[in-house]
Structure formats: structure tokens, C-alpha cells
Design a protein around this ligand. Structure first.
Ligand code: H53
Length: 837
């Protein structure tokens, strides 16, 4: 169409589509414009929330310009892209981050100030986008920030849940869950693409036919279908014009199906079908590191992978390239096994719809996909029962059986007559009923498999994927240590520290090259610098103390040592061990004379995190923490020497307050259970020391910062099996200090002990799977070392500075670059200013 326009029309478009200026006057006008038009308000009926809405809409205008520009240029240039398939994107708030990344925060801050509002209060009005559970979802968000910042052509694909992770309230010490209807006030950070709608089928049957060449073809006739509608979330990079996209799918009823039932006179059924269609993207499953074998979850997974692949294939077909070019243009990363069905769906599209031969299609599939494994916990391994799967996806089941057969035939050729091996490698587990092992499918359908920290990547090679390593060889299995974005987790969350670092290093280049932080190391000997450093930490602690007062109604002193454990509540993460050690500390203080108490290091122990609603033991841990807090915080014999708080509803924006304020944080999982951990990186980056086990990324953090700046305790991953064996069969007695703590609980020191009996039973000799007893003594000792070290504030300040200085490795920029160069084979494409318009 454009080609037909006269020059004046083309020029007029070019002139009018120029980006808006970013001077304060234009920005204020745009804010007020949104107040008076989009929001239909006026100065006299504005509050912080409407100010937030107006600033958000004005920011969004600027985001969309960049998004358009980037996507327009990318369509023309058509470089190889990566698609990051993740069922979770835990983005948190967007406004502050978008303004900082676009370099507009100061101007907007001044603009809104002059209009009578305080920027920080306006920012606080935004609700979190909480479309994730924990580490895996937040990692996806950090990676999207880095991909955009490094100018990589990348899209995320996920689901637009109506309800994100539930909101947690504490009632009588227990967790209660409330729905997180985050879309209540509209979401300015998304662009609905109502024109992009894809039909997704379920159920039905498979027709088998012979084509004109006598080749057998399969045609899936779904029994029902739903529509996938696209919502695009722009992701601006830091200090670049590039703006990437996360496309989230929402399910809606298809018109065709409504009408069929309706015309059949079955109004009720048509309404029911419509409701069922909407249900698919209605709620995020609130499980982290545990598998929910629910039919609706499988529907979510297929709905999302099918919509995403349809979109990817459609975009590829526009380029008129050969199918063999598909993996040269497209890399798809599977974030855990949740999207493993994409492997099957691409094979189906290529074979059944595009009529490629099985082998040609399979070669394309394997070259396209790569798979990230995030866990070795057996309860997290996704498996789907064959009968349920067949009912929902009959053609996909046939394809899985074929993939499996051809794979096992190759194994048989290489290693004849080893039935045990075939059984162990099979995608199908021979149980009653049979189960589809999604991790096996993901390994077989990908060209690279990676773990998320060095220890974890080695562990998967010797445990869950050992037989695959023997068969494929080592090269297919690689490590990509996780990282976090320094833009959100230092620059945004800790603006004072960010400013001090920039001042000290002479510029802010460290925000894009985190290794430059090593320039801070020389400053450890500078007393004036240490003072500035610790003053900022204290200010952050004051801010957290205010949050604790507001949310928990407990007064804590910012001069005490702030000890933090915030993460999902899980037995393997051992919050239970932490609270047991707090009880030990409480009993120790109680037994002291006044003179002895005078030398005790005051401590505030801060917990936060959600338990999966069905995870009974995890919920009891929350109850125990609150029961202990209730007793300890009221005990005049303890006073300020020990305070315990559970901060309700831990989420990204709460983390942004907690992380910069921590003196010591706890990363104390049983060795070999935490794949990486990412909050450990955030805390150390902000000059917080950590106490931890030799697990996940703790090992690499230790390597970087040195053993004098970290408190390590407990058994090592390779000792775990022997320890479990010993306590099971050799009656190893329980640790005496732990025994004392348990007796105190059983005596009713903290509410009715009957409540906690199921929790205490998990420690019974021979059953203590997470080895709390085995690690308890060394844990107590490590905590004493923390107290002693904190007493020497000058030395502590040096450790704190060294921590930050040596965290360069843990930027998600480094992780993403490694994926891009070693797995995806993609190159940055930097958008030229105004190039497209
Ligand atoms: O993924 C994080 C790791 C962390 C691991 C976590 C995770 C989930 O949040 C959910 C499911 C899953 O399999 C793993 O527990 O150790 O840091 C990002 O890799």
C-alpha cells in the first residue's frame, strides 16, 4: 500500500511519526495529557495512583516507539533470533525499571515533582506483575533485561495469567492465600494484539491416510478448540534504543465453537465451553520445584507451546526461506521441561502440515531446541500419565512414541541387548499407568542441555542424565551459571550504593560491564570510603525497619545484625533448620547472666517466602516461625538481643527493599539440592555477606570472593548419600543441641506442641532426609563466626566491599552472552536511531 502513496503522504508520515522529545516540558505535557484524556481526571481529583497511571501511560508511549522501531528494523534485517519459552516471567514492577533503562528517570522525577507528586510514592503505587513462583521465573525476567541491553534479537513467550502467584497473608501465624487479581486496574505495560489470534486444538482423533505417493500421512482432527490472543510486553534495554518483546498468550473461546453449540440449541453447553476456554490462562500454578500433575496444567503447556510455535513458524514462512534454514534463523530455549511439548509440536507441524519427511523434520527440530534443566529434585520432575495425555493430545502421543522408538533403536545399535539401559533412557516410564518423562523428551529433542551452576551441571551428568551422557557424549551437556541483572538489583534497588560506585569508579560503565566492579577492591583500605559504604547500608536497614514496622508491627533496631532468609518455603531450603537455630540462640540467651548478655551480638532474624498451598509441612514451618517470633519478641529477658519477623507476601518489590538491607543472608540448602540460587548473587552484589552450604552457585561465589568473605558450613554434595545411609542404618544419634531445641518445642515453649508434631517427625532418626541433624553443629558454629565477625565493623566493612567488588561474574549479561555464543549462535543487532520510520 505504502508504495502507492504520493511523496507528500510518505513525508507527512515520516514527519509525524518522529519520536517525541524527552525534555521536561514535553514530558509534563504528556503526563497531563493522559490525566485529562485517557484517565478523564483533573488536577483536583488526582491521587498517587492516578499519578502513577498517567506517568505509566506516558512512559508506555515512549516504550512503544522504541518497540516499533526495533521490531520494524528486525523484520527487515531478519537476523537469527532466540525465542525464550518460559511458563513464568516474574517481572515485578515496570515503571522505575523502564524509566531507568531509557535514561528518563530524573526528568520524569522532576516533572512529576513539579506537578505536586513525589516520584517514590508514585512508583510505590504500582502492583507487581507476579507471573512466576520464584527463581525460575525471576531468572527469565533478568535474562530478558540482559538480552535487550546487549541488543540481542530475542523474544520471550509465556502465558498471561489473570491471577499471578497468590497473595500471602498471615492469620494466627498461618499462611492464608488470596487471589492476585493483578489486572483489576488495567495493565499499562502490555499491548493487546487483538488481531493476532491463533486456534489451538485439543482432543479429537487422528486420521491416517495415504497421500498421492503412497506415503502414510496423519491428520489430527481436534475435538475442541480455543483461541490464543497475543499481549505484548515491551522490554527496553539499558542504555540502548533496542526494545525486545515478551509475547504472553491469553485463552478465549473460539467463535466457531460457541456457535455450533448455540445452533444446536445447547446454550448452556456453549457457555460452559466458553468458560472452560477462558480457564486455561486464568491462574498460575503456585508450585515451585514440585510437579502439579493436573490436566489443566498440561492444557496450559500445550496451549502456550502451540500458540508460540505457530507464531514463530508463521514469521519464518514470511521470509520465504528453505525449511533447512529454520535452525539458522531460529533458536528456541526451553526454560525447564514446561515447554518440552514444543519439540513434539514442531515435529508435528513439519511432518503433518508442511509435509517434510520425518528425518528431515527431526534434524531441524534438534538443531532448533536447547534445554535448561533447573533441578534434580525427584518431586519436581514432570511426568504425564499416558491415558490423560492421549485424551488431550492423541496425535502428539503417537509422535512421542515414534520419537522414542527411533531413539531407542539407535541406542540398541550402539549398545546391543542392554534392556536395563533402554528402560532407563526411555521417554516412557513403564509404570501403571505409563508415564511420559518430560526431561527425557527434552534431552532427546535438543542439541544442548545445560545446568544452571557448575556444581549442578556436573551433578546432572552423574545422576539424572548419566545414561544420556554415556550415550551422546559429554559435549551435549554444558554449564551456564545463572546471573542477575545489575540494573534492577543494584542500580534500581540500591540507588545510593549505585551512585557511590559510579562516583568511585569515575563513570557508570560498570552497569554494562559488571567486571569493572573489581575497581572497588582497592578502596577497602580507605576508611572514609568504608564509612560512606556502611552509612548507605544503615540507611537501607532503616528503610527495611520501617517496612517491618508497617507489615509485622515489630520494632527492630537498624544497629542490630540483619539476618535474612527470603525464598520459597521448601524442606530442601531448610528454613526449618534456621528457625531451630533461632530457638537455640533464644535458649542460650535465656541461660545467660546479665554480664554474659552484654557481649551478645544483637540480631534481627528476617524470614519471608510463600509455601505452595498444598505443601503441609512447608506451611507448618511458617507457623513455627510465627509462634517463635510471638514468644521471643515479647520476652523482656531477651529484649533487643534477638528479634524474629516473618515478612508476609514476599515478592519482587519487597525483595528490592530487603536485599540492599541485609548484613548476612542464609542460603543453607542441603548440598546438591539447590540447583543454583539467584538471591545469593543479589545479596552479595549489594555488599551483604552470606552464610551457606557448598551448594548451587554458592560454590562459585566462594571462588570469586574468597573464603574470608563468606561463611561456609555443612556437608558436601558427594557426602550426602553416605550420611543418609548412615543415619538410616546405623542409628546415628541426633545432634545434642538439636535435641535440646526439640525438647523445648515439645515442652510447649511455643504454643501447643501438638501443632508441630508432624514437623518434628521429619527429624526422627533415620528419616531426616535433608540432614538437618548432621549439619546442625557446624551451622551453629558458622552463626557464631558471623556474630564475632560483625563485632569488628571495620573488618566487616572491608568484607562487604570485597563482596561487591568480586561479583562481576554473576551479571546475567555474562550468562546471556554465553548462551548466545555457545548455544544459540546469535549476534547482537543494534537498532539505528530513527532508521525505520
Ligand atoms: O530455578 C532457579 C535456581 C533454583 C531453582 C529454581 C527452580 C524453580 O524456581 C522452579 C522449578 C525448578 O525446577 C527450579 O530451584 O536453584 O536458581 C533458576 O535457575
Amino acid at each position: 500500500e505504502k508504495a502507492k502513496w504520493p511523496k507528500e503522504t510518505v513525508d507527512l508520515w515520516a514527519k509525524l511519526s518522529k519520536k517525541e522529545a524527552n525534555d521536561i516540558d514535553t514530558i509534563q505535557r504528556s503526563i497531563v495529557h493522559h490525566v485529562t484524556t485517557t484517565l478523564a481526571r483533573a488536577a483536583y481529583n488526582m491521587d498517587n495512583f492516578s499519578a502513577y497511571q498517567a506517568v505509566a501511560l506516558s512512559t508506555r508511549d515512549r516504550l512503544i516507539s522504541r518497540w516499533n522501531e526495533t521490531q520494524g528494523q528486525l523484520s527487515k534485517v531478519d537476523p537469527k533470533r532466540v525465542y525464550y519459552l518460559s511458563l513464568e516471567f516474574l517481572l515485578g514492577r515496570s515503571m522505575d525499571n523502564a524509566l531507568l533503562n531509557m535514561g528518563l528517570k530524573d526528568t520524569y522525577g522532576e516533572g512529576i515533582e513539579r506537578l505536586g507528586f513525589n516520584m517514590e510514592e508514585v512508583i510505590e503505587s504500582e502492583v507487581d506483575a507476579a507471573l512466576g513462583n520464584g527463581g525460575l521465573g525471576r531468572l527469565a525476567a533478568c535474562y530478558m533485561d540482559s538480552l535487550a541491553t546487549l541488543d540481542y534479537p530475542a523474544w520471550g513467550y509465556g502465558l498471561r495469567y489473570n491471577y499471578g502467584i497468590f497473595q500471602q497473608r498471615i492469620v494466627d501465624g498461618y499462611q492464608t492465600e488470596y487471589p492476585d487479581y493483578w489486572l483489576n486496574f488495567d495493565n499499562p505495560w502490555e499491548l493487546p494484539r487483538l488481531d493476532i489470534s491463533i486456534q489451538i486444538g485439543f482432543g479429537g482423533h487422528v486420521q491416517t491416510l495415504q497421500d498421492e505417493y503412497g506415503v502414510t500421512r496423519h491428520n489430527w482432527i481436534p475435538g475442541q478448540s480455543v483461541q490464543a490472543i497475543a499481549y505484548d510486553v515491551p522490554i527496553p534495554g539499558y542504555d540502548t534504543e533496542n526494545c525486545n518483546n515478551i509475547r504472553l498468550w491469553r485463552s478465549k473461546p473460539t467463535r466457531v465453537f460457541d456457535l455450533t453449540s448455540f445452533n444446536e440449541g445447547n446454550y448452556e453447553k456453549s457457555v460452559e465451553d466458553a468458560t472452560n476456554a477462558e480457564k486455561i490462562t486464568s491462574v498460575l500454578y503456585p508450585n515451585d520445584n514440585t510437579m502439579a500433575g493436573k490436566e489443566l496444567r498440561l492444557k496450559q503447556q500445550y496451549f502456550w507451546t502451540a500458540a508460540s510455535l505457530h507464531d514463530i513458524v508463521r514469521r519464518f514462512k514470511k521470509s520465504m526461506r528453505e525449511w533447512t534454514d529454520f535452525p539458522n534463523q531460529i533458536a528456541i530455549q526451553l526454560n525447564d521441561t514446561h515447554p518440552a511439548l514444543a519439540i513434539v509440536e514442531l515435529q508435528r507441524l513439519l511432518v503433518d502440515e508442511e509435509m517434510l519427511s520425518w528425518d528431515d523434520a527431526w534434524e531441524i527440530v534438534i538443531k532448533t531446541f536447547a534445554f535448561t534443566n533447573h533441578t534434580v529434585l525427584p518431586e519436581a520432575m514432570e511426568k504425564w500419565s499416558v491415558p490423560m495425555f492421549e485424551y488431550l493430545l492423541p496425535r502428539h502421543l503417537q509422535i512421542i512414541f515414534d520419537i522414542n522408538l527411533f531413539f531407542l533403536q539407535k541406542v540398541e545399535m550402539k549398545v546391543p541387548n542392554d534392556r536395563g539401559l533402554l528402560n532407563r533412557l526411555s521417554i516412557i516410564e513403564e509404570a501403571q499407568p505409563q508415564q511420559i518423562r518430560m526431561a527425557h523428551l527434552a534431552v532427546v529433542g535438543s542439541h544442548k542441555v545445560n545446568g544452571v551452576a557448575a556444581l549442578h551441571s556436573n551433578l546432572i551428568k552423574t545422576t539424572i542424565f548419566k545414561d544420556f551422557v554415556d550415550y551422546y557424549g559429554e559435549e551435549k551437556f554444558v554449564n551456564k551459571t545463572n546471573g542477575v541483572t545489575p540494573r534492577r538489583w543494584l542500580h534500581q534497588a540500591n540507588p545510593q550504593l549505585s551512585a557511590l560506585i559510579t562516583e568511585t569508579l569515575g563513570n557508570d560503565k560498570w552497569l554494562k560491564d559488571l567486571s569493572l566492579l573489581k575497581g572497588l577492591a582497592a578502596k577497602t583500605e580507605d576508611a572514609a570510603f568504608r564509612k560512606k559504604w556502611m552509612t548507605i547500608k544503615r540507611a537501607n536497614k532503616v528503610r527495611l525497619a520501617e517496612l517491618i514496622k508497617a507489615r509485622c508491627n515489630v520494632e527492630v533496631s537498624p544497629d542490630a545484625l540483619f539476618d535474612v532468609q527470603v525464598k520459597r518455603i521448601h524442606e530442601y531450603k531448610r528454613q526449618f533448620m534456621n528457625i531451630l537455630s533461632v530457638i537455640h540462640r533464644y535458649r542460650t540467651i535465656k541461660s545467660m547472666t546479665a554480664a554474659q548478655k552484654a557481649s551478645v551480638q544483637p540480631r534481627v532474624v528476617i524470614f519471608g517466602g510463600k509455601a505452595a498451598p498444598g505443601y503441609y509441612i512447608a506451611k507448618l514451618v511458617i507457623k513455627l516461625i510465627n509462634s517463635v517470633a510471638a514468644v521471643v519478641n515479647q520476652d523482656p529477658a531477651v529484649g533487643d538481643l534477638l528479634k524474629v519477623v516473618f515478612v508476609p507476601d514476599y515478592n519482587v518489590s519487597v525483595a528490592e527493599v530487603i536485599v540492599p538491607a541485609s548484613d548476612i543472608s542464609q542460603h543453607i540448602s542441603t548440598a546438591g539440592t539447590e540447583a543454583s540460587g539467584t538471591s545469593n548473587m543479589k545479596f552479595v552484589l549489594n555488599g551483604g555477606l552470606i552464610i551457606g552450604t557448598l551448594d548451587g552457585a554458592n560454590v562459585e561465589i566462594l571462588e570469586e570472593i574468597g573464603e574470608d568473605n563468606i561463611f561456609i558450613f555443612g556437608c558436601m554434595a558427594h557426602e550426602v548419600e553416605d550420611l543418609r545411609h548412615a543415619q538410616r542404618y546405623r542409628n546415628v544419634p541426633m545432634d545434642p543441641a538439636l535435641q535440646g531445641v526439640i525438647s523445648a518445642i515439645e515442652k510447649g515453649t511455643f504454643e501447643d506442641p501438638k501443632i508441630f508434631q508432624p514437623l518434628i517427625s521429619t527429624l526422627t532418626v533415620g528419616k531426616d532426609f535433608y540432614l538437618i541433624s548432621a549439619d546442625f553443629a557446624s551451622y551453629i558454629t558458622a552463626n557464631q563466626q558471623v556474630d564475632a565477625a560483625y563485632k569488628n565493623q571495620e573488618e566487616w566493612a572491608k568484607k562487604s566491599i570485597r563482596c561487591t567488588a568480586h561479583m562481576g561474574k554473576f551479571s546475567s549479561d555474562r550468562s546471556v552472552k554465553e548462551y548466545a555464543e555457545e548455544i544459540w549462535n546469535i549476534k547482537p543487532y543494534s537498532v539505528e536511531d530513527e532508521g525505520h520510520l
